[in-house]
Design a protein around this ligand. Structure first.
Ligand SMILES: C[S@@+](CC[C@H](N)C(=O)[O-])C[C@H]1O[C@@H](n2cnc3c(N)ncnc32)[C@H](O)[C@@H]1O
Ligand SMILES: [Zn+2]
Ligand SMILES: [Zn+2]
Ligand SMILES: [Zn+2]
Length: 323
């Protein structure tokens, strides 16, 4: 099946960075560059009951799976939609009880294997980069990383053998390494961790410490928006890491997790390092009790405002739907 591509962008070879994404048209700050449904995703265990496992909607009074009583859904449609994935875990969670403890990466990889069996054609999440093309850097893994992969593969066999036919070990090794290098964590608007996912087209973007897009999430779909004006021909860069750290720390993290050293303008000029080091110093000295009280009060108010805004947005979209 021929891929349709993503309007206004194209895949290209970015010198020294492998494949990348470039703009073919002008994007203004705030423009949606593209959105990408998750190829596969998993809700984190700690958010069970608060979010629907299928669409990630947060609401009170979700209905739980009658069998395992661990997975919660908006309605029967969401439960049915999730069954091909949830069935991997439903009976295993009953059987293992408290001993059921695969890591989130293992849970995600189990879902990817199911998805690969169910959908042979290119998916809408792979318009420019297919999951099978993920850069895994397998040749660069050190002993520690190889051992972690081995442990993940053992856990996959341990917890999922009843419902899954596994590919061979070399393929699994490559899949875990590819997911570690290209996977995303999904956060809500309060930046709490909701789950893990793969969005192949989003993973095509290379990293910069001065990115021109950011990725946010609507349910299980990633949205890529411009945070700087982007001209035709320019590369589209996302940031893979927390940018509040100085250059040396950022590069340690990039080398360790993604196997490259960044050569962006921020890393070359180090112009913000002094301010960032100052910030880290302030963050590492413990604040006074009154400061903590003020911060908690402030954070609670902000969260409350977010929730209200979200609530009103939902009411508004329901009302508009009735008009
Ligand atoms: C999520 S993938 C991005 C797409 C990748 N270039 C490809 O061809 O599949 C992450 C990998 O891209 C490369 N990469 C990303 N940003 C880079 C940068 N700023 N400089 C050099 N390599 C980079 C590294 O090999 C990294 O492990
Ligand atoms: Zn739902
Ligand atoms: Zn269940
Ligand atoms: Zn950089």
């Amino acid at each position: 099946m021929k891929s349709e591509g993503i309007e206004g962008t194209d895949r290209f070879l970015s010198p020294g960075k492998g494949r990348g994404l470039k703009a073919l048209k002008h994007f203004k700050v705030g423009d949606l560059v593209f959105s990408c449904p998750a190829y596969a995703y998993v809700l984190t265990v700690n958010e069970r009951g608060a979010h629907c496992e299928f669409c990630f909607t947060r609401q009170e009074g979700l209905s739980k799976c009658g069998k395992c009583k661990q997975a919660y859904y908006c309605n029967v449609d969401c439960q049915k939609g999730d069954w091909p994935m949830h069935k991997l875990e439903c009976s295993a969670m009953c059987a293992y009880g408290e001993n059921w403890c695969p890591s989130e990466t293992v849970r995600l990889v189990a879902r990817i294997i199911v998805k690969q069996k169910l959908q042979k054609d290119r998916t809408p999440s792979e318009r420019l980069l297919a999951l099978s093309e993920f850069e895994s850097h397998l040749d660069k893994l050190d002993n520690e990383k190889n051992e972690m992969n081995e442990a993940d593969i053992a856990a996959l066999h341990h917890f999922y053998s009843r419902h899954l036919d596994f590919p061979d070990k070399a393929t699994l090794n490559e899949l875990f390494a590819g997911v570690n290098n290209n996977g995303f964590t999904i956060e809500d608007e309060e930046l709490s961790h909701l789950g893990s996912a793969v969005f192949p087209d989003v993973a095509l973007m290379n990293h910069s410490c001065s990115p021109n897009v950011i990725v946010t999430y609507k349910g299980t779909t990633a949205e890529v928006r411009a945070v700087q004006d982007i001209s035709p021909g320019e590369e589209i860069f996302n940031s893979y890491i927390d940018l509040l750290y100085p250059t040396e720390d950022r590069n340690e993290r990039l080398i360790d997790s993604y196997f490259f050293e960044c050569d962006c303008k921020e890393c070359t000029t180090k112009s913000k390092d002094k301010a960032k080091m100052e910030l880290q110093k302030n963050l590492s000295s413990p604040p006074e009790p009154e400061e903590i009280r003020q911060m908690v009060r402030y954070a609670k108010n902000v969260i409350e405002e977010f929730r209200k805004a979200k609530h009103y947005k939902n009411i508004l979209s329901c009302s508009l739907a009735f008009l």
